[in-house]
Design a protein around this ligand. Structure first.
Ligand code: BJW
Ligand code: ZN
Length: 245
């Protein structure tokens, strides 16, 4: 493992552009439940009941309850060693480093990363389902579905649900980054949700060296050049240590 981590660090050292894609696994060590797998959020809740536009239309109250519950967990959580290592990586590599996260918890920005795309939105943003007006919102309990100040429409969490498109600018910027990097790291994601997962294949087709950090194998594992099996909060700090040498 030490040798593999060295290899990864060396690839990063000589790279011109590195892109990192993170998923729920990187926040697991902050105490935020992942979606799938052991203790995954969807063992108790069915995705199709909660993370879809039709679920919201059917029962906005229930969907808000779920998001408020998650807001409370996220509010209490802070960045862990994995987040902090990625912040240090950005400090070292500056504009050669770019982060795309599927997480809505905002922990990468909290850790200090600036070159970040929040691919699936942010849980602290609330958006009007009618007129699209957005606002920053730290409410952790709604007894009623919140209404838009401007038009009175129902407000919803500012995240991307199943069946919804990724905002065009976000998608294009992410594809562009993936096409133009020479190292692509995929960290703590099950790699099954599209189009996020396809970013790894895009980078691979463009010739990038692909690294995966995960405690398990995923559908992306066969395409990666280097598998680092283990916790992001342990492996990432070790990679960054080598970068400092
Ligand atoms: C650790 C660890 C540690 C644990 N260290 N690792 C092709 C085929 C079939 C379906 C589709 C398709 N293309 C598109 C679709 C539909 C759908 C989709 O992908 N479905 C799949 C399930 C098959 N995709 C969509 O609907 C997307 N939109 C779309 O395609 O639009 C098209 C369109 C165009 C034009 C008009 C209209 C439509 C949108 C997808 C949105 C996903 N949204 C969610 C919810 C976000 C808000 C919220 O948080 O509530 O995003 S779903 C959920 O999954 C969330 C996550 O970001 C996303 C990915 O999950 P992630 O991060 O990978 O987490 P887990 O839990 O799955 O995995 C954790 C991993 O960590 C595991 O591997 C662990 O082993 C690992 N781990 N501890 C390292 N310490
Ligand atoms: Zn409105």
């Amino acid at each position: 493992m030490v040798e593999e981590i060295k290899l990864c660090s060396n690839k990063i050292k000589i790279s011109q552009n590195i892109v990192v894609l993170t998923g729920a696994g990187i926040s697991a060590e902050s105490g935020i439940p992942t979606f799938r797998g052991e203790n995954g959020l969807w063992k108790n809740y069915r995705a199709e009941d909660l993370a879809t536009p039709s679920a919201f239309m059917r029962n906005p109250q229930l969907v808000w309850e779920w998001y408020c519950w998650r807001r409370r967990i996220i509010k209490k959580a802070g960045p862990n060693a994995g987040h902090i290592a990625l912040k240090e990586m950005e400090e070292i590599l500056r504009e050669r480093f770019f982060l795309i996260t599927q997480n809505v918890d905002g922990l990468h920005r909290k850790a200090g990363n600036e070159n970040v795309i929040e691919f699936h939105g942010n849980i602290w943003v609330t958006v009007c389902s009618q007129c699209g007006k957005t606002r920053w919102d730290e409410t952790e309990n709604y007894s009623e579905v919140p209404r838009c100040e401007a038009c009175g429409g129902f407000e919803r969490p500012g995240v991307v649900w199943f069946g919804e498109p990724i905002p065009e600018r976000v998608l294009q910027a992410s594809f562009e980054k993936a096409r133009n990097c020479d190292v692509f790291m995929v960290i703590g994601t099950s790699g099954i949700v599209q189009p996020a997962a396809s970013l790894a294949s895009i980078a691979k087709s463009a010739g990038a060296f692909i690294v995966e950090i995960n405690i398990e194998r995923t559908p992306l594992s066969p395409l990666v050049d280097l598998n680092l099996k283990g916790r992001a909060g342990e492996i990432l700090p070790a990679i960054v240590e080598n970068l400092k040498e």
